[in-house]
Design a protein around this ligand. Sequence first.
Ligand code: TF8
Length: 335
Amino acid sequence: MRIRFALAGLVAALAAAGAVQAQDFKPRIVRFGYGLVDNSNQGRAVRVFAEAVEKATGGKMKIRGIGNASLGSDTQMQQALIGGAQEMMVGSTATLVGIVPEMAVWDTPFLFANVKEADAVLDGPVGEKVKAKLEPKGMVGLVYWENGFRNLTNSKRPVNKLEDMNDIKLRVMQNNVFLDSFKALGANAVPLPFSELFTALETRAVDGQENPFNTVVSSKFYEVQKYLTVTNHVYSPWIVTVSKKWWDTLSPAEKKVLQDAAVKSRDFERKDTREEAAKALAELKGKGMQVNELPASEANRMREKLVSVNVGIAKSVGQETWDAVNAAVAQTRGK
Ligand code: TF8
């Protein structure tokens, strides 16, 4: 008798839960734009995200991943998110600096010494705080993904010493920290959106660029770049963002599904990116790139030059953010 009662209760509870679910997930199609090719760490992680969302909503919410910058460059997609014309994207924090100046703190040369530090700081309170600055500007930041440590490629000459940077026309991301950093190293820095980069390299409109090994592989830069110098000069995060206008129309259950799937995609993406990066150098050598490591003395000379940009970064992100991030890094190192 008692068991039958309990069962009836359970059935009623399940039915109620089902009813809530049906209401909570509306049929939706979500455009999730990104700049790299489908067969890249970005594309793979977008698909992991899509699967998790579709599974959790019983197929009601469909994520349509759209790569290759088909929806526009990072900055164009950001505007579409703000205006509500596009729901989601993933791109570099560096391209958000025009909207949220604090994002520039992640572009500080040599800020993180390894990925463990990056994860701890980005996922910790100060990473959250910087991410939260997006909301008043019309976007909601879900999670940071890994773009990775950036390295230098060019078609002119092997870079073995600081002076080899002179007169190299180097494409940089469109923000002042990158511009100032490479000017400080003596290069002729040219800001360009990523979506125009391959053609610019191919036509020799620019001589070089800097990106993680993964992107040199997935975007086939090895076809148009001969020399790769291992500099690891800065760690770049990616950030998954949602249109605030659209976000505000979602039920709490829908928001939770997106947030949970974002965390799942982040954990996958970082692992995938690291595994790919570990194999990429050998692959790039196999494709004919000439790879060199900087001698320690030259790496130090570059490092010293780059420290000069820190004052400008602190000024543009605000002393409070600058101090908080540096304290968080120091704390990670103390552990
Ligand atoms: C760059 C970035 C790009 C990313 C990507 C398009 O060099 O590293 O790889 O912004 O999302 O522009």
